[in-house]
Design a protein around this ligand. Sequence first.
Ligand SMILES: Nc1ncnc2c1ncn2[C@@H]1O[C@H](COP(=O)(O)OP(=O)(O)O)[C@@H](O)[C@H]1O
Ligand SMILES: CC(=O)OP(=O)(O)O
Ligand SMILES: [Mg+2]
Length: 401
Amino acid sequence: MSDATRVLVLNAGSSSVKYQLIDMVDGARLAAGLVERIGESNGRLAHTPPGGDRRETVQVFPDHGAALKAVAEELAADGLGLDSPELAAIGHRVVHGGLRFTAPTLVTDEVLTEIRRLIPVAPLHNPANITGIEVARALRPDLPQVAVFDTAFHATMPEYAARYAIDKAVADEHRVRRYGFHGTSHQYVSRATARLLGKDPAEVNVIVLHLGNGGSASAVAGGVCVDTSMGLTPLEGLVMGTRSGDVDPGVVFHLHRVGGLTIDEIDELLNRRSGLLGLCGDNDMREIMRRADQGDADAKLAFDTYVHRLRKYLGGYYAVLGRVDAIAFTAGVGENAAPVRAAACAGLEELGITVDPELNAVRSGEARVISPEYGRVTVAVVPTDEELEIAQQSFALVHGA
Ligand SMILES: Nc1ncnc2c1ncn2[C@@H]1O[C@H](COP(=O)(O)OP(=O)(O)O)[C@@H](O)[C@H]1O
Ligand SMILES: CC(=O)OP(=O)(O)O
Ligand SMILES: [Mg+2]
């Protein structure tokens, strides 16, 4: 077996690629970066070399292939090129793994075909993930490519949580059930929360609120996911940047039959033009909070709708778990938007949930407690690290650990 110890992690989104090169001996980040606005006229690559200053390149990246080639060149400029013998694997975030992929998986042609078959249930994500894998394979055909699935951590959900209450035979024929997403983050954050409490993950019940562009909540009992807010696709659940989250399925029939919209138009409406963007014209929580502070009614409604939905899941998962040891806020909004955390937990003292305003106002990249000493439930901000989790799972697979 090779003694290569580095893993390159690729998280390909619809118009972006995030990457990190991690040494698995000590977890050191050797390089990290982001290519944004792929396919647009104002593409941008931001690359941070080992211990060095961030470099920014503004150029057009016509497609993911061009973006990944540029990433490979940036890495090569620091002596960390994809041809490096120290590279043990390339780990890929893949959003939908369906029923079959519930563990990290070595990519083969057949595995790629299956990931492609799942595009209809992750239309914003799986196509980009596939391109990332194809380009990486072309650049390093000899290297293990590992797919780490967003759905995997949720595969433990009990059947009564995973099932929709629809005709069982129809659901089974079309594999319609709740899969859940952001699993790599929910897994990492629930364990990191246990660590913050000084406990074993098996001992604690945690509600994880992953609030990024997409958002989802999960109930994790003793390290095992027992419920999560996303479903067959990453559209169900919380109000998100551009996605509606929960709506009455009757809305779809109504918009089609009475509103005259086609199914594709409704899909586009609910996935790309709804959520915060649909409610107030902005999908960035920073901008929404700024507008709301200035008295903008639409922005305030968007904020309140977002928080109201979050509170419904918080209360729901409290009941699902019975005993809650911790609530963990994570991802872009969860880690940075103190007003969202305060509003989500306001008035829940009867449930043992309190947020200390001073602790909540602290800005830090570290995992931290924001509830007072006396709070029965620990409320915490726990930065997610999907890339490290993907690297560890990929490396473990390659080394048979
Ligand atoms: N300082 C901040 N205050 C409030 N929200 C923030 C802040 N920084 C980032 N965000 C929010 O985080 C979101 C992105 O979260 P992130 O986890 O990076 O998303 P993703 O990985 O899904 O692209 C942005 O849309 C923005 O609303
Ligand atoms: C699955 C999902 O919603 O991912 P993201 O938040 O990266 O869009
Ligand atoms: Mg994310």
